[in-house]
Design a protein around this ligand. Structure first.
Ligand code: SF4
Length: 316
């Protein structure tokens, strides 16, 4: 039995699966994410959420393939790749892979050192660029990511604390296609991390349990911990915060790509960009990072993250 305090109930394996499927179907339908004929590309990292999402979409009869990006984050990335490939092979699914170092000459630790910025900044930029590019290049109708309710609630908390109105107006489980960008959806927006972990255990899905070493101690993790503490004291707080935003605030403030300025094309790679005169942010990152000597992952971790990394993966 799985105890889910936000529903004030214990769920057996069968009912837990029914709950998860219902919530995903509801998200797909409420937000008009895609129809039965859509070709879906699922961004898979080897973690529980993206693998559970891929599993659920295939189970529901959708045409869903996977896209994995090799970020070069030491043993963590090697393990993620191994697990993702095994998941696809065992189920006869199609997995596309892009390796940052092989195809673009850099990895995330090196990009972080070369740009003197936090690793997640280079990582987020690289993932967005490659997800957009591959979804379009391979002819998929939509890109699906495994962001769950915990992720979205933590992002919402951060955006609200900073009153980042621009991000708040775009925080929604669907990002419409526009100006060269593909449609992006988050079918797990109504399901929590705990529910996704339970889905994987019940379905026998092997996933990378350790979180990315770069995430240890970052601001996003802090927001998640804060929301979890609130949820422990008052179960359902997290869901009511995020789902209430979607129901009552998002309809009032939401903006779409069509309501934003039309981008130009990057003169170097052709991707949508704010200028046709200068290379896009990803091309600039690639140029700086690929010229830098490779940097081992340990070198860009803070002390706490390095201790956790060494305990998990051993010193490099
Ligand atoms: S925690 Fe940061 S570096 Fe790690 S996968 Fe996520 S965005 Fe990338």
């Amino acid at each position: 039995m799985v105890d889910l305090p936000r529903h004030n109930a214990n769920f057996c394996a069968t009912h837990l699966q029914q709950l998860c499927v219902r919530q995903v179907q509801r998200a797909i339908s409420d937000f008009s994410m895609f129809d039965d004929s859509a070709r879906i590309l699922v961004a898979v990292s080897g973690g529980k959420d993206s693998l559970a999402l891929w599993d659920m979409l295939v189970e529901l009869g959708y045409r869903a393939d996977g896209l994995y990006i090799g970020l070069g984050i030491g043993e963590y990335s090697e393990e993620s790749h191994r697990i993702t490939s095994a998941f696809a092979t065992e189920r006869g699914l199609t997995l596309h892979t892009v390796d940052l170092r092989d195809e673009h000459g850099f990895d995330i630790p090196t990009a972080a050192r070369a740009t003197r910025r936090v690793p997640c900044s280079a990582c987020g930029l690289s993932k967005r660029h490659i997800f957009d590019r591959e979804t379009t290049r391979l002819g998929y109708d939509v890109l699906a990511t495994g962001h769950n309710l915990d992720d979205e609630a933590a992002v919402l908390l951060g955006n609200t604390i900073r009153w980042d109105v621009d991000y708040l107006t775009r925080q929604y489980p669907v990002l419409e296609a526009g100006h060269g960008f593909p449609r992006k959806v988050k079918p797990l927006a109504r399901l929590t991390e705990r529910e996704m972990a339970a889905w994987c255990v019940i379905r026998g899905i092997d996933y990378v349990v350790e979180e990315c070493p770069m995430a240890i101690g970052n601001r996003h993790s802090g927001y998640k911990e804060t929301l979890n503490e609130m949820d422990e004291r008052s179960p359902g707080t997290k869901a009511s915060f995020y789902l209430g935003f979607l129901d009552r605030m998002a309809p009032l403030i939401r903006s779409t790509p069509a309501s934003q300025g039309a981008p130009e094309a990057c003169p170097s790679c052709g991707a949508p960009s704010s200028s046709s005169e200068t290379p896009c942010a990803f091309c600039r990152l690639e140029s700086t990072a690929s010229a830098h000597e490779p940097v081992p992952v340990r070198m860009v971790l803070n002390r706490t993250a390095r201790r956790a990394f060494d305990a998990q993966w051993g010193e490099e």
